[in-house]
Design a protein around this ligand. Structure first.
Ligand code: WT7
Length: 656
């Protein structure tokens, strides 16, 4: 951690926004920002009440702003009522019915546009179809779909009738899907026959069938299947139904079901430091408020903007900045089915050129891979429509930042390096494009109303120039409300006793520089960030040892990787003998595929090393610190005298 912090403290290049940008910005200039910050400090609840009244449409106005009586189970706007889908769609029906809501570009380049009026109609028809299946307020609907207009329709249809959706990323395995169906207690599944990515067809419905075959999904009464690829998939009557059949004949109007502001809009599973993913539960009112505010504040949203977030809807970034945020503010959002390198590494730049994208939001890992695949390629395209760039998901290295700034933004576009998490619902720390002089690799300052700090193990602020633990000191409207079905874990994970239950523990290490800018360094817990995707080391370990025929023991650690940020390294003890040479390669490949089947391809270890044993203390505890050092190729300077079996270190170093 310390070497990264040093390099940040040395990073002195500052990029102030241009006067033209400042002039037109929704929050214009440092003064305007400071005023909002001061308002939130002076009158915390009054500030949130004001913005919530100005931003959202309430069917029943709230009179109470924040309830802290059951902290850390905070409630916001809790006597108010609203509907999220009404706030995303109906509100635009009079003012801009024919504006394009979603511009969808398929893997093969085919473009489909849907207007706000049409989207409203499709959402109503699906909402009525769900009603007809008996889905009602509070029921859980699991969505396992490709990037498509239909996945947005499915999410919005749930929101419209007060059903809680849980979207599972299409890259997750049958096993992961089954676990989530069971944990959420879903009674309906919406999926597709398959999807196209990079010219390849990837099945989805067969994965759903596999999940069902594993058992435990009996609560699910209906599986709705959207026909995307047209490949034949087994349909089991009466459970399985085609999307086009269930919406056929449904009314084009569906009254929104107004829900309490605290009603769970969605559950989204994410990894933690145990083997079991957690269902992060979000509210309706506070979450949607944040989605809208950050569209306006951070992405400086204008009615004329074409906004493109490249994330998948299966992640929180897609929830907030493809679906809820962009639609609620009434922008045109671009959605892309494919991958950045197909048919070639110019695809992103071509999409920006073709659709005249104004605001572009992507991940550092995508930027790094596109630099590698064709650092000069952006120059071949007309990117003059761009006015603002963003990144999310992991720290961005200053080199990649500079390339983004020079080659994509042509030195004109502010870059917002946005820090947030599945749990935070939306962006918490980020430059404001018309305010903050940016610094490569720094997420800069908290948004108005967000009280962030860096503390030591006892919860004391460490001050400027030192590394520590990132915390949020006061609740905010879009925070997660609990972990679905596990309130104890929520409390323990996010409001630990070490901090007297008062500070929100983000799980990231960070430092603050002279300007008071935050620089997020990486996770401090057993969580890895691989290509901007969060993975628990325990999750991968559990997956490995679940192969009880082959694996006796496994330990998983992360190591820095040029392209993916972090890479997964697994140390494995097999039940038989320790393989070497070709056999080791074959075995490693087999285990990699096994992990892909257990969790999903994104969890495949990059490197697997076999040993006769793992480095353990005399009491049998695996010494992960040492494994981390080996994985990084560092010399082990630490004391190894507590090791039961020091010779194992040499063996693991030599392995593979
Ligand atoms: C973790 C959250 C937020 C949507 C995508 C990931 C890391 C996120 C940044 C950033 C440095 C970042 C953190 C965080 N992270 N944004 N701008 N700079 N690190 O959501 O899967 O919940 O992961 O991603 O480590 O805790 P997620």
């Amino acid at each position: 951690m310390s070497s990264t912090i040093e390099s940040v403290l040395q990073e002195s290049r500052l990029f102030p926004p241009s006067p033209q940008f400042v002039k037109q910005a929704n929050i214009s200039g440092m003064e305007a920002y400071r005023k909002l910050v001061a308002e939130a400090e002076r009158d915390f609840e009054g500030f949130w009440a004001r913005v919530a009244r100005e931003t959202l449409l309430w069917s029943k106005p709230f009179t109470q702003t924040l309830d802290e009586s059951k902290a850390p189970f905070y409630r916001w706007f809790y006597d108010g009522e609203l509907n999220a889908s009404y706030n995303c769609l109906d509100r635009h029906l009079k003012s801009q019915p024919d504006k394009v809501a979603i511009l969808f570009e398929a893997d093969d380049g085919k473009v489909t546009r849907i207007t706000y009026k049409e989207l409203h109609r499709e959402v109503c028809r699906m909402a009525n179809a769900l009603h007809a299946h008996g889905i009602k307020l509070g029921d859980r609907v699991l969505i396992y779909m490709p990037m498509s207009i239909q996945v947005v329709v499915a999410m919005q249809a749930c929101a419209r009738i007060g059903a809680t959706h849980s979207v599972v990323f299409g890259g997750f395995s049958a096993k992961s899907l089954q676990e989530r169906i069971i944990d959420a207690g879903a009674t309906e599944v919406i999926t597709a026959d398959g999807q196209f990515r990079g010219g390849r067809e990837i099945p989805l419905k067969p994965v759903v069938d596999e999940a069902f075959a594993m058992g435990g999904c009996e609560k699910v009464r209906n599986v709705i299947v959207y026909k995307r690829t047209g490949s034949s998939v087994p349909m089991r009557a009466p459970r399985d139904k085609w999307w086009h059949d269930v919406v056929k004949g449904q009314a084009e109007q569906c009254d929104p079901v107004n829900v309490n502001a605290e009603h769970p809009l969605f559950i989204l599973y994410t990894s933690g430091s145990t083997g079991k993913p957690k269902g992060v539960q979000h509210s309706t009112g506070g979450y949607l408020l944040w989605a809208m505010l950050t569209m306006k504040w951070v992405f400086d949203n204008k009615p004329s903007d074409i906004f493109w977030c490249t994330a998948d809807v299966g992640w929180v970034t897609g929830h907030t900045y493809i679906n809820y945020g962009p639609l609620a503010v009434g922008t045109t959002v671009v959605m892309f089915e494919g991958v950045p390198t197909y048919p070639d590494a110019g695809r992103f730049w071509k999409i920006i050129q073709d659709h005249k994208v104004n605001v572009f939001y992507t991940a550092p890992t995508a930027i790094r891979s596109l630099i590698k695949a064709g650092g000069e390629l952006p120059k071949k395209y007309d990117l003059s429509s761009l006015r603002l760039l963003g990144t999310v998901g992991e720290p961005i290295n200053p080199e990649a930042w500079m390339w983004y700034h020079n080659t994509v933004g042509r030195e004109r576009c502010p870059i917002v390096d946005t820090w947030w998490q599945t749990e935070t619902g939306g962006i918490l720390i980020s430059p404001l494009p018309g305010v903050t002089p940016t610094k490569p690799g720094s997420a800069t300052l908290p948004l108005p109303g967000i009280f962030a700090d860096i503390v030591d193990e006892t919860g004391q602020s460490v001050g400027k120039g030192k590394g520590g633990i990132l915390v949020i000191k006061r609740p905010w409207p879009a925070m997660l409300r609990t972990i679905w079905g596990d309130p104890e874990r929520y409390k323990k994970t996010y409001f630990p006793d070490d901090f007297k239950g008062k500070l929100y523990l983000a799980g990231d290490g960070a430092s603050m520089d002279e300007e008071g800018y935050f620089r997020i360094v990486g996770r401090i817990d057993d969580v890895l960030n691989v290509s901007g995707h969060r993975l628990g080391t325990m999750e991968v370990e559990s997956a490995l040892v679940a192969n009880s025929k082959l694996v006796a023991e496994a330990a998983v650690v992360g190591r820095p990787d040029e392209l993916t940020g972090e890479a997964i390294v697994a140390f494995v003890v097999l039940k038989g003998h320790r393989p070497t040479g070709d056999e080791a390669h074959k075995m490693a490949e087999e285990l990699r595929n096994w992990v892909a089947k257990e969790i999903g391809p994104l969890a495949k270890p990059k490197d697997i090393r076999f040993g006769d044993n793992l480095p353990k203390t005399r009491s049998g505890k695996i010494m992960r610190r040492l494994l981390r050092a080996i994985a990084r190729g560092e010399t082990i300077a630490q004391d190894v005298s507590t090791l039961e079996n020091p010779a194992i270190l040499e063996q693991l170093k030599q392995a593979m």
